[in-house]
Ligand binder design. Structure first.
Ligand code: ADP
Length: 167
């Protein structure tokens, strides 16, 4: 049984992430989405909210589960008896960082391999941070996120704006 871990911040999950998840689920026996808890970027959504959002957009996929994790990715992979790490590659700009990450992980855990799925061309420009930036200026984010996720992002940012106005 081949188990893959797809790690990331997913702050929030975009259609680009969803595309990678669906394609990985077709190739692997089981996919565990690992939601990173301790992120140097300060996230918009708590890890619990990010897990819930991922659960809602993957509920139709039987062989996908979601977990949050903290610490070394390779430890999380071992704990879950997975053999493969999956990452998405958008453009050349992703490549250098991803190569370094994959090579480092391979040195510390030679039994784990990283595989890359190239992005669907439709989403090659898309990142969670771009979506947050557009939403922050109250732009239309409906082409980038599932409808339920887009609503949560709008609600969250409008709450934050109200809190800022009160301060
Ligand atoms: P991280 O902070 O680890 O980069 P992200 O949530 O930004 O976490 O991304 C998780 C993974 O999904 C990474 O491998 C990233 O390259 C990939 N990814 C992000 N956006 C897209 C997209 N639009 N298309 C394909 N892969 C993507």
């Amino acid at each position: 049984m081949t188990i893959a871990v797809y790690p990331g911040s997913f702050d929030p999950v975009t259609l680009g992430h969803q595309d990678i998840i669906e394609r990985t689920a077709q190739i692997m026996d089981h996919v565990i989405i690992g939601v990173l808890k301790n992120n140097s970027k300060s996230p918009l959504f708590s890890v619990e909210d990010r897990v819930k959002m991922l659960e809602s957009v993957t509920s139709h996929l039987d062989n996908v589960s979601i977990q949050s994790f903290d610490g070394l990715l390779v430890d999380f992979v071992h704990q879950n008896h997975a053999q493969v790490i999956v990452r998405g590659l958008r453009a050349v700009t992703d490549f250098e960082y991803e190569l370094q990450l994959a090579q480092t992980n391979r040195v510390i855990a030679p039994d784990i391999d990283t595989i890359f799925l190239t992005t669907n061309l439709k989403y090659s420009y898309l990142s969670s941070s771009i979506v947050k930036e557009i939403a922050d200026y109250q732009g239309d984010i409906s082409g980038f996120l599932s409808p339920g996720i887009a609503r949560l992002v709008r609600e969250k940012l409008s709450k934050e704006r109200k809190n800022e106005q009160q301060d």
